[in-house]
Structures are given as C-alpha cells and as structure tokens.
Design a protein around this ligand. Structure first.
Ligand code: ARG
Length: 458
C-alpha cells in the first residue's frame, strides 16, 4: 500500500507490518478531536497567511463534511488506514484534491496525536467529573435517609463504637470529593496545547500557537516543543486519579458485599442490581459490587501499563507511544461504567435498621462511653478504662450486656456509678453525644451532608 509518507523508501511495506503498525482500531475514537484540531490548524494557517484564507475556508468546510459523514455513518472508517490522522487527511485530499495536501503544513503527527489525546481525555475528565458528582449526590441522599440509623462502627473489623449508617456513607462521599479534586487538578495540567511543537523542534513558519490553543479551549501552550510531543504525564496522571477513585469504589463495594451477606444482613441491594445462582435458589448475589471491586484491578493495570511504556523512552516521540492509548481508554471506560452502576444501584439499597441496631447492641461498643461516664465522675481516663474493661469481662462471663448489669453489680465495680449510667450507655445517647465536628451525631452528619452538597453545586 502506498503511504502518504512514501518517498524515503522504495519498496512497499508488508501487510503484516502494516497491520502491526496500525492504530486505527483504537485511535478512531479520537476522530472528532482530530478533525476539530485540524479545523483550528487550518484557520491559523489562513490567518497567518501561510495558506490563503480561501484555502483555509475550503479545508475547514471539507473537514466539517468528513465529521458530519462520520457521525451520520455515511463515511465508514477504513480499517486499513495507518491511524485516524492519516485517514482524515487521506479522505480530505480525495475530496478536495491539491488543497487537501496543505493541511499538514507546520505540524507533524507527533504534535497532532498529542493534541488529539489531550482533547479526548479532557472530554473524558468532564464526563467522569459529572458521573462522580452524581454518585456523591446519591451518597448524600442515602446518608440523609439513614442519618439516625445506628450501626456498629468497626476497627479491625471488630465492633468498635456506635455510628450511624449515614455517617459511614458520608465517609465515601468525602472520598469522592477528593477524587473530584484530583480530576480537576489533572484537567488543569492537561489543558495546555502541544500543537505547533511540530515533529519536535518547532517550525520555520510564522505560526500562532496561542491562537490555535485558544480556539481549542486550552489555557495555554506547552512551552518546550520537545516536551510538548513527549509528555504523556496527563495520561498517567488521569490513570492514577482513576486508580484512586476505583480503590474508593472497591472499598465501598467490599462493604456492600459484607453488609448484604447473611452474616451481617445490614442492607438489601435492589433486585435490579443483584443476580441469582444457577443452582442455589436461596442466593442473591452482589455481582455488581463484586465486578466493581474486580475491575479496580484492570485500572491499576492500566496505570502500570502507561508508566511502563514511558519509563525508558528517550526524547522525543517514539512509536512506543502509540501504546499509550488503549490502557488509558480502558481506564476511562471502566471507571465511567463503575460510577454509573454504583449510582444506579445505591438509590435502591435498603438498610435494615433493626439488624444494624441489634449488631450494635451486642458487641459492648458502649464500653468507651462507660469509661467516659466514670471520667465525668472524677476518675482519670486510664483507671476508668480499666474498670470498664473488667465490667465487659464480667458481662462476657455471665452472658450479659452492659445494659443488663444491675445497678447493685455496677456499684460493686465502682461506687461512683449511679442510676444515670443506663441513660449514659444507651446507644442513642452514645451517638447523639458525639457532636464533635465530623462526628456521628445527627447534627454533625447533617453538616457533612450540607458541606458536600454545597461543594457539588459549585
Ligand atoms: N499513530 C501514532 C500514535 O498513536 C501517531 C503518531 C505517529 N507519529 C510518527 N512519527 N510515526 O502515536
């Protein structure tokens, strides 16, 4: 097959080499960005007099026609083409003749592909941001619904202190708020234009890189042309941000799986997002949550992939860099899907308040509150802690809970204990007294919800 770049070599390339070399199967998803970028390039060439204004107008018109035909399906992508950049230029030249060959003045595929990739990922970041916001809003709504549902809070997966389900859910909303921050940081560093760096050294033409960057919505330009065509930090950074976000979704998934198990029975996931077993009729499997947890591994793999492709590359462009896209696309696709599934599933999740409360009532999770009570009666905390511990030990020996120990028995443990102890170690009291900022009381959780909602509305 004769190439647009034919000239240096006489013989045709082998079909196998062409197939191996081609990236159109995956970079065709950047068609829109490629064409939009080329339109801005043609406009700049015209404005600077590098080509005539009339030629620029014809190129822009031709590019628009290609975009329309791709979108309507009238123009199928030629899978024999080397990549999306070559394909668009080839079609343009077929359609416009000689003038089509002027588009590639004062640029190279090296800055072109860097431009397309940045623009594509910028769009992806915007979509990911919107989906993350939706999920965070869902978590706020659920937290509101369950801001007074008492459950055991855990450390070491041992019952630790009473919290509310709303409080626990808001912890995940906070993670998503940080994820939004990472996406926006990544977007800010990504949003500088490499076009005009050309092959690596810049160009002899009197171009206006700022004009092109501005037309394409960039905040500025890459200041070093060698860096401009070699930099893929934005792709690695996005994969890193998505890896962290997936880690959050995976931790949430893990809890959904645990909580919906027969052992916990804290929640019920909606039928629309669970599956049955082909053999065991009693089963309701949390497949969606498990898949989110599993797909987290893919995204970590995508991050390692891009870092590894880049680590040994000398400046500037190397063909290895064609391997930068598929993994990053996969990371974006996977994260988008997982965010959508989570936001679809969680509104239908039902908490079983009575099961949560029962679990909270059985594990001595008010032992800290018994100690705190003794502190209010004048004991130093360490001594109070010891007495509370011995009360728990006694309860375990006698098959009781702290609530069912009689006042007489309490007074044997410490004469400081009076009848108000029961009110003090009531789980409702334990929760409502934790009014510290960020704490589990209803008022504290309401403030957390309000803060996240305000952040989301900005
Ligand atoms: N398909 C190539 C890629 O994705 C485009 C850039 C090709 N540049 C080059 N000098 N061969 O990286």
């Amino acid at each position: 097959m004769t190439k647009l770049w034919a000239g240096r070599t006489a013989a045709e390339t082998a079909q196998l080499a062409d197939d191996f070399n081609s990236s159109i199967a995956f970079d065709s998803r950047m068609a829109k960005q490629d064409i939009t970028g080329s339109m801005a390039h043609a406009a700049m060439l015209g404005a600077k007099g590098i080509i005539t204004e009339d030629e620029a107008a014809r190129l822009i018109d031709g590019l628009q026609g290609i975009l329309d035909d791709l979108e309507s399906g009238a123009l199928p992508i030629d899978m024999q083409a080397e990549d999306i950049h070559m394909f668009v230029e080839q079609v343009l030249t077929q359609r416009l003749g000689e003038v089509g060959k002027k588009l590639h003045t004062a640029r190279s595929r090296n800055d072109q592909v860097a431009l397309d990739f940045r623009m594509y990922l910028r769009d992806e970041i915007d979509t990911l941001t919107a989906l993350t916001k939706t999920l965070a809003a869902v978590l706020c709504d659920k937290a509101e619904e369950y801001k007074d549902a008492i459950m055991p809070g855990y450390t070491h997966l041992q019952r630790a202190q009473p919290v509310t389900f709303g409080h626990q859910l808001m912890a995940y909303a906070m993670m998503l708020v940080r994820d939004l921050g990472r996406l926006s940081d990544c977007r800010r560093r990504l949003n500088v234009s490499p076009i005009g760096c050309c092959a690596l050294a810049g160009t002899t033409y009197d171009t206006d890189r700022e004009m092109e960057a501005g037309a394409l919505g960039f905040d500025g330009i890459c200041l070093n042309s060698i860096d401009g065509v070699s930099d893929r930090d934005f792709a690695a950074e996005l994969c890193a941000a998505l890896s962290i976000e997936m880690m959050h979704l995976s931790r949430l998934s893990e809890e959904l799986i645990l909580w919906s198990s027969w052992e916990f029975q804290f929640i019920e996931l909606p039928d629309a997002y669970t599956t049955g077993s082909s053999i065991m009729p009693q089963k309701k499997n949390p497949d969606m949550a498990e898949l989110v947890r599993g797909k987290t591994g893919r995204v970590y793999g995508d991050l390692m992939g891009i870092l590894t492709v880049l680590k040994g590359l000398p400046l500037a462009y190397n063909k290895d860099m064609q391997e930068d896209k598929e993994g990053v696309f996969d990371a974006c696709d996977t994260a988008k899907l997982c965010l959508e599934v989570m936001a679809g599933m969680l509104p239908g999740m039902k908490a079983r308040r009575e099961k949560m409360l029962k679990a909270a009532s059985e594990g001595f999770i008010n032992a800290t509150d018994l100690a705190d009570y003794l502190v209010t009666k004048g004991l130093p905390f360490r001594s109070a802690y010891k007495l509370s511990g011995s009360a728990v030990a006694q309860c375990i020996r006698e098959g009781k809970t702290l609530e069912t120990v009689s006042l007489e028995e309490y007074q044997k443990i410490s004469p400081l204990i009076e009848a108000d102890i029961y009110e003090h170690i009531d789980l409702g009291t334990c929760v409502s007294r934790r009014v510290s900022a960020g704490g589990t009381s209803v008022g504290s959780v309401e403030k957390q919800i309000a803060a996240v909602r305000e952040f989301l509305s900005e």
